[in-house]
Design a protein around this ligand. Structure first.
Ligand code: ZN
Length: 153
């Protein structure tokens, strides 16, 4: 059975950056289950998996445009340090969840100055080329309920 829209798919994957460092992996855990064709994976990975079958192994490099998007400097904001009253120590690279008018968002601390903190609201993988190693573990028809919910159960 080929991977196409409305198939429930199980994959094992390892994600590396340009330096070959592992950023994420399903190895040693349950494989990742997803519903194909509903935007549950980044677009580039869904494109590459289309038409694949159980046992297929892929090594693919996905550009930012088909991954987590380009890095947008408009997403970088400066916030007064006083807003972090209850946070004991603010360190570069720390991730902070905040409620904004766009809902819950994650910011990464980019710079800490005497009285301001620079936060980057881009996805941590924005602007990065993503190097995936993927093996297809299982492909089945999704149930009508799964298709309705747009995720696997
Ligand atoms: Zn559901």
């Amino acid at each position: 059975m080929k991977i196409q829209e409305n198939k429930a798919v199980l994959i094992h994957y390892t994600l590396k950056n340009d330096d070959g460092e592992i950023l994420d992996s399903s190895e040693g855990q349950e494989p990742l289950a997803y519903l194909h064709g509903h935007g549950n994976l980044i677009p580039g990975l869904e494109d590459e998996l289309e038409g694949k079958v159980v046992g297929d192994v892929l090594r693919v490099s996905i550009p930012p445009e088909k991954g987590y998007g380009l890095h947008d400097s408009g997403q970088i904001i400066k916030v007064p340090k006083s807003k972090f009253g209850e946070v004991e120590e603010i360190a570069i690279g720390m991730q902070i969840e905040a409620h904004t008018s766009d809902g819950q968002r994650v910011f990464t601390v980019q710079e800490v100055a005497a009285d301001t903190v620079t936060l980057d609201g881009n996805h941590p993988l924005a602007g990065k080329t993503l190097h995936f190693n993927v093996s297809v573990q299982n492909v089945r028809d999704a149930s009508p309920e799964e298709i309705n919910h747009r995720h696997v159960h």
